[in-house]
Structure formats: C-alpha cells, structure tokens
Write a protein that binds this ligand. Structure first.
Ligand SMILES: Nc1ncnc2c1ncn2[C@@H]1O[C@H](COP(=O)(O)OP(=O)(O)O)[C@@H](O)[C@H]1O
Ligand SMILES: [Mg+2]
Length: 405
C-alpha cells in the first residue's frame, strides 16, 4: 500500500511557485529558472499520486518546463532547446502558466486552448471502481454501446443524462468511469466556477468546449452543479450563468438534430434537482437517481477503499451500521481512510519522526501494515457524520418519482 504524499508535495509546489514569482520580480533569472524546474518536478510527482488529474498535472509540469526553457532562451539564446514549430517565434515575455494566451491568437483558438488546457481531464477510472449502482452503470453502458454501433437513423441514443442525488454518492465517479472505460476525452466542468470566474466569457467557453468535444470525440462532457445555472434558484442567477446556460442548451439541441454518429455524451449532475427549471429538464430527458449505497453496495465500496489491506472484521455489521447512519460513498471512503490511519498509527509508532527525511529517502522505506480490525472502524465511526437526514432522502425520492426516469 502506498501513502499518498500529494498533500505535502502540493505545499512544496506552492512554496516553489512563490519563490519563482519573487525571483521573477527581482529579475533573478537563474533562481527563477531553477524554481520553475522545481515546480515542474513536483507536479510530475503529484501526478503519480492523483491518477484522476494526472494529465492536467503533467500538462502544467510541461508548461513550467517551458517557462524554464524560455528563461534559458532569454539569458542564453544559443543554449536553449527550441521546440521545432511552424508558429511564430516565442516572445521573451514569460507569461505565468496560469495566464491566458497572448492576444495575437484569434479568439476562437484562444477559447479552444483554454478548454484543452483547463477542462480536459485524464480519467483512468473503470466501472469496477464503482461499488453498487448496477442499474445505473448498465444504463450508461447501454447508452454508450448504442451510440457506437451502426444503427438505423430512427434509433437515437440519449445525448444528455442528468444524475441527481445526495452529495458524495458517486455522480462524478460515474462520469469519470464512463470516460475512462471508453478512453473518451473527458471534459469536467463545474458550472458555477466557469460562470463566476470567466464572467462574460462563459458562453464562449461553452461553445469552444463543444467544438473541442466534436474534434476529439468520443467525448464525455460532464457539467457538475448544473443547478448553479438554472433560473429557479431563489438567490437568482447572474447574467453570465444565464448566457452560459442558453449556449449549453443550444449545443444540446444541435446535437439532437444532427444525428451524427460521433459520441458526445453530456452528463450533468446536481444535488438539488428541485432547483432545475423546465428548460434544463427538457434537454436531460433521462434523469437518474443516484441514491445512498444499500448494504451490498456499502460492502463493495468498503472493499474498493481498502484495496491492498486485509479486512479482519465483521463486514456485515459494519455495513449495517453505515446504512443506518446514512453514509454516502464519500463518507465510506473517509471512514476507510480513517480506519486505515488508525491501523497505521498503531503499528508505526514513530511515523512523524520520519518527516525530516527527504522524499527520496522516504521512497526507500516501507510502511508497516496489518489487517484492519473492528476496533479500527469503531474509532473511525466516531469521526464520520453524514450531513443528511431521513427527510432529505425522502425529498430526493419524491422528486425522483415525479420527474425521474
Ligand atoms: N459508488 C461508489 N463507489 C466507490 N466509491 C464511491 C462511490 N460513491 C462515492 N465514492 C467515493 O466518494 C468520492 C466522492 O464521490 P463523487 O463521485 O465525487 O460524489 P458526487 O459527485 O456524487 O458528489 C469518490 O471519489 C469515491 O472515492
Ligand atoms: Mg461530484
């Protein structure tokens, strides 16, 4: 079993990035270059721990390497390792990897590049990484298969599927597994963050997103928190959200009409389906309830989240307790992490003393482990509280009866 070091590595990365910025400000090119390379190296390490975001970290690492390379070029043009390119020569101005491309590019390309660099995620998730939800998995698999197979024009697969249910039940996971198993391009978009961060440009981002999705098909477009865009919300929605939504709806309509055989499946997710208005619901005619895990699903999720560690427990008792306490998949993951930590601390008493060792040295050593016991879980149960109540669950069920299917 591996310990996830992405947290400490991320703080190291932030520190290196800050030091890079300071060095840039002081025009200390050699330190800036060193720090940029350090950033790249750390991001590559983080990528190893976070399979889900691996591609995005690796892309960011590449950009930091380019930053370092550009500095070298500016300081010593002959030594630099110039990539062969037919594009205009790169300027000496080193933009931070977070800033948008320079103004010379035409606008459409600018937004498409934004989408490619920020909204595409590498997904290595497979259907087996999801516990329970058998019917949902089957339905999604069918949708994908129908899209891919040759068929008469009158047979139209679903283009938009809405996943609704309590938080932490695996909606994001399903979208990710869908993309991962198909090796499709996975666009992961949080509606609220695009509309608030890119105010005024959010609708261009959505158009660009579908342009890229068509180019890079098969594609899974995942729109999380779609409720943030809808007009029924009591707090009202911003102009940006409204524009983003109308572009999104137009794109969804467009696909329906073309009947193209390219697979571009839009999945959306919400924890508050009752906030969705008619305009949204009509485009997502397939609406699937993602409930809290039942006992069998709970057992599966516990097994998935304790992979590589033996279980010396009464799993039925534990699962019953989890169901009774309204645990979501996320709560179960946290429960397992906590139980594992209890075990690790128990058998590795002086773990914290190793914090002074270098990463390289740590990589050489092995963590002691033993089977998980009921006691490890007992301690963990004390810490994990579900935020849900029975009446909230009923609210989902009721909405599902009325609008789901
Ligand atoms: N059915 C499930 N099987 C396995 N793990 C799950 C399941 N549901 C949730 N999890 C765990 O909880 C985490 C959060 O789930 P997520 O898909 O982000 O929930 P949602 O999008 O519904 O809020 C996942 O990363 C996973 O570790
Ligand atoms: Mg989610």
């Amino acid at each position: 079993m591996e310990i996830d070091l992405s947290g400490p590595l991320m703080s190291q990365f932030k520190r290196a990035k800050k030091e890079y910025e300071i060095a840039k400000e002081k025009k200390n090119e050699s330190i800036a270059r060193k720090k940029a390379l350090e950033c790249a190296k750390l991001l590559r390490q983080i990528a190893k721990y976070d399979g889900y975001n691996e591609k995005s970290y690796l892309e960011k690492a590449k950009k930091w390497e380019m930053v370092a390379n550009n500095i070298e070029e500016a300081v010593n043009p002959s030594k630099a390792n110039k990539p062969k390119s037919t594009k205009k020569p790169s300027s000496n101005k080193q933009s931070s990897p977070n800033t948008t491309e320079d103004g010379a590019e035409d606008e459409i390309d600018k937004f498409k590049n934004f989408v490619k660099n920020n909204l595409i995620q590498k997904s290595t998730m497979k259907w087996d990484d999801i516990g329970g939800l058998e019917e949902v998995k089957q339905l999604m698999m069918e949708t994908i298969v129908i899209s891919a197979l040759q068929k008469p024009a009158s047979i139209q697969p679903w283009k938009g599927i809405l996943l609704f249910g309590p938080p932490g039940t695996g909606k994001t996971l399903l979208a990710s597994a869908c993309a991962g198993s198909l090796e499709a391009t996975f666009f992961n978009v949080k509606a609220s963050s695009v509309s608030s961060k890119y105010y005024g440009e959010s609708s261009k981002i959505v158009s660009a997103l579908y342009d890229v999705a068509r180019e890079m098909h098969p594609s899974i477009v995942f729109i999380d928190e779609i409720d943030a865009l809808t007009t029924k919300r009591s707090d009202g929605v911003s102009e940006a959200s409204r524009r983003m939504l109308s572009t999104l709806l137009t794109e969804l309509d467009g696909f329906q009409d073309k009947g193209s055989d390219r697979l571009i499946l839009t999945l959306s997710a919400t924890n508050t389906p009752w906030d969705l208005d008619e305009a949204v619901l009509s485009r997502f005619s397939r609406r699937i309830y993602i409930p809290l895990p039942d006992k069998d699903a709970t057992k599966e999720i516990i097994k998935i989240n304790t992979k590589g560690v033996k279980l010396d427990v009464n799993l039925d008792d534990i699962a019953n307790k989890c169901v009774e306490r309204l645990y979501s998949g996320r709560d179960l993951k946290n429960l397992c992490q906590d139980a594992i930590w209890n075990m690790i601390r128990d058998v590795n008493k002086d773990l914290y003393k190793m914090a002074n060792l270098s990463y390289k040295e740590l990589k050489r050593r092995k963590l002691k482990v033993r089977a998980l016991t009921d006691d490890d879980f007992e301690e963990a149960f004390k810490k994990i509280k579900s935020p849900l109540t029975k009446s909230e669950i009923e609210k989902y069920e009721k909405w599902g009866e009325e609008f789901g299917g």
